[in-house]
Design a protein around this ligand. Structure first.
Ligand code: ADP
Length: 248
């Protein structure tokens, strides 16, 4: 039996009378890599904002966790992050003047809470954990590089690595491969496959070629609503999807 880790029920977001999301449902199971696709303005980013608590819905519920979950709909953004939902925005938020390793050290300390982080010292096991994380995101050889000197793709992996050090149960990624080279995109795909072994991931993505490379479940949104859900093959075969999106 697959265990549900996130459930968005009938979510509606109203921006001064404009409904960016309308009655949207989304259920994520543990270990799933879900792609959220749809044309510009479909409401994808707004859904991520609702899940991480940045935007409060006018109606509907977000439940997080096993066995029915807890209602996080009205929780603050930092509380939701501490509960275990990590959000990565398109622009990486990294410390450009610090080294890759120092960025990871900060993320590791934040894992112990904001106040503990200020006076926290790294423990031996933290060093090992950082080393393993550097390896996983492919930055082990650049651990002493200044983060600002990394390529665009490497900066994205650095930030993903920083998020992973905080051990979220769910990662929300907004167009992680935008602006990447083909090689970086491929590596990011491998990284996502690795991450899904231990975490659940929702990826908002425009790059259909990239999405096609995964045996993954796809959710298509259009005008704030769920248009179709299924495998990429199912989704591509759907006439309505072709009409609004893929057929262009
Ligand atoms: P997508 O990520 O699918 O491109 P978004 O979720 O960013 O779509 O936006 C959905 C719709 O909501 C768009 O029409 C957008 O202009 C609108 N929108 C997004 N954020 C706001 C906001 N803060 N205020 C008003 N309208 C917004």
């Amino acid at each position: 039996m697959e265990s549900v880790i996130l459930q968005c029920d009938d979510v509606t977001v109203d921006f001064d009378g404009f409904k960016a999301v309308q009655g949207m449902n989304l259920t994520l199971v543990k270990g799933e890599l879900r792609f959220l696709i749809g044309p510009n303005g479909a409401g994808k980013t707004t859904m991520l904002d609702v899940i991480c608590g940045k935007t409060k819905p006018a109606a509907g519920k977000v439940l997080f966790g096993k066995s029915g979950g807890i209602d996080i709909t009205r929780r603050k953004e930092h509380q939701i992050a501490e509960l275990g939902i990590g959000r990565k925005f398109q622009t990486p938020s990294i410390f450009a003047s610090l080294t890759v390793h120092e960025n990871f050290e900060i993320a590791m300390k934040q894992n112990r809470g904001v106040f503990a982080a200020m006076r926290a010292k790294l423990r031996k096991e933290d060093g090992e954990r950082i080393a393993a994380q550097l390896e996983m995101v492919g930055l082990a050889e650049k651990s002493q590089w200044r983060a600002g000197g990394l390529s665009h793709g490497e900066k994205q992996w650095l930030e993903i690595g920083m998020m992973l050090l905080q051990e979220p149960e769910i990662l929300l990624l907004d167009e992680p491969v935008a602006g990447m080279t083909d090689n970086e995109t491929e590596k990011t795909g491998e990284l996502l496959e690795e991450i899904r072994k231990t975490q659940s991931v929702i990826v908002v993505e425009h790059d259909m070629e990239f999405v096609r490379n995964f045996a993954s479940f796809v959710t298509v949104m259009h005008e704030g609503k769920l248009l179709k859900e299924g495998s990429m093959e199912d989704v591509q075969r759907d006439d309505r999807v072709a009409e609004v999106y893929l057929g262009k």
